[in-house]
Each structure stands twice: as C-alpha cells, then as structure tokens.
Design a protein around this ligand. Structure first.
Ligand code: ZN
Length: 253
C-alpha cells in the first residue's frame, strides 16, 4: 500500500503539459492547424495514479493497480517486439516512466484487454499529465496502430506525420553503409586494417575501383584496373563484399 500512497500523493490538477509548451515552436517549423495538434487535457484530481513497475516494450508496461501488478498496453501505438527500434522505444519509455506514476483512461468501445491479457489504456504521467501514448508517436518511437477506430486517432495521425517529416526515430533514413559495415566480411576487413577507414562518412567519400568479375577493390593506378576498372565509393565496395587488393593496398594515398 505504500506504493499506492506514493502515487495518490501526487494528485494535482493538470497544469499545462510540456507538449503544450512546445506547440508554438513546432508550428513554426511545420505549419499545422492548431486544432489538429491540440492534445487533450483531463482533470485527474481525485483519480488514482498507478506506480509504473517496469517497461516491457515501449508500449507495454506493468503498473500496480490496487497493489496488483497489472500489464497495460498503450492504445493506438505500435512498437516492434525486438530489434533496434524496439530497444530505443523501451529506453525512451523507461526514461519517461520508471519510478513515476500514471493516470489511465480507457477507450469506451474497446474491449478491456487485448488477446494477451494486457489492459488497453491511455496513460498520462502524473503529475504533469504527459500523454504517454501520444509522446511515443510524437517522438517517432511508435507508429500508429489500432484494432479499430479510437478517440484520438486524428491527433495521433497528425503527430505521426510531423515525426515522419522530421525523420525522428523509426522515420530516420537507414544508413546503408553503416549497415554493411556490421556484416562479418566488412568487420574482418576492418579488423585487419584499423587505419583510416573507421569513419562511415569517410567511406562514402573515398573512391576505389572494382572490375567486372573481381572480388577486390583497387587504387586508380593499380595494374589490375588499368584496362577497365569501375569507379565506386569505398562504402559501396565494402557493401558488395569486395576486399582490398593486396597489390595496391587501398585506401589509396
Ligand atoms: Zn589493386
């Protein structure tokens, strides 16, 4: 019961949320109808707040309701169950919520729980009222997902669009050179030659030469490419699995 007391001790009327404070700035960058981006504000005075016990994935948490650990799932959000985007969402949600309490609201026409037994909720951090579901979407840690229409759908859609245009989180462009450099062949190559080529940006600027059938990449003046080498970036050569020529030893001076 101590935990509950800790949470219910934080019964404050909602003040302006941090989201609201950010709105003018956001509007300046990305013109949006103000109404479209207006997050709901509820008065949670006299409602219980529940302690967040842990964050399982970015959109699934365990909270203590009536001292019973209860799994909840955030309405309208999709976070993959594993992978880098999943890890990022979990870390973000943990920073927002671990050691905090949340108020919850339910979607009127939805079932109480999903098929795995998680309660469908909208969660609002106590005492500042941060709309957690929306914050995940707004910061690009979650995409919109819903089993059916939900009350705040158009609001979520508007914020998802802003996140997508700002290339936040899951909307960031994939760095293909960096992805290629994590492949085993490129790693072995890198380990053997830990000189100037640890910087993916540099790999994209350095030019090497490959031949039609060869598996090596070369310097411009190498004897193997004098009769028809193809110019290519070092990053692209690595991505295709080419390894450095032992004769000319690229990257080249
Ligand atoms: Zn060569």
């Amino acid at each position: 019961m101590n935990q509950d007391r800790h949470c219910t001790g934080q019964r404050f009327a909602l003040v302006l949320t941090t989201l609201a404070v950010c709105l003018p700035q956001l509007g300046a960058q990305e013109p949006q109808p103000a109404d479209q981006l207006r997050a709901p504000r509820y008065n949670f005075t006299d409602q219980p707040a529940y302690e967040v016990v842990r964050v399982d994935t970015g959109n699934k948490l365990v909270v203590k309701i009536g001292n019973v650990p209860t799994r909840i799932r955030l309405i309208g959000t999709y976070v993959p169950s594993q992978g880098p985007n999943s890890d990022a969402a979990r870390e973000f949600a943990s920073r927002l919520l671990v050691g905090e309490c949340v108020y919850v609201k339910y979607e009127a026409d939805w079932p109480l729980r999903d098929r795995d037994g998680n309660r469908w909720v909208y969660a609002f951090r106590a005492p500042d009222g941060l709309f957690v579901n929306l914050e995940l979407v707004r910061q690009g840690y979650a995409r919109i997902s819903a089993i059916e229409r939900f009350e705040h759908q158009s609001l979520f859609r508007a914020y998802e669009e802003v996140a997508r245009k700002s290339r936040k989180g899951v909307w960031a462009p994939v760095d293909r050179a960096a992805v290629a450099s994590t492949q085993p062949a490129a790693q072995a190559d890198r380990a053997a030659k830990p000189t100037t080529d640890d910087d993916p940006q540099q790999d994209r600027e350095v030019v090497v030469y490959v031949t039609e059938h060869g598996r090596k990449y070369h310097c411009a003046n190498c004897q193997y490419v004098r009769t028809g080498g193809v110019k290519i970036t070092l990053a692209a050569a690595r991505a295709k699995g080419h390894t450095p020529c032992k004769k000319c030893k690229p990257p080249c001076k």
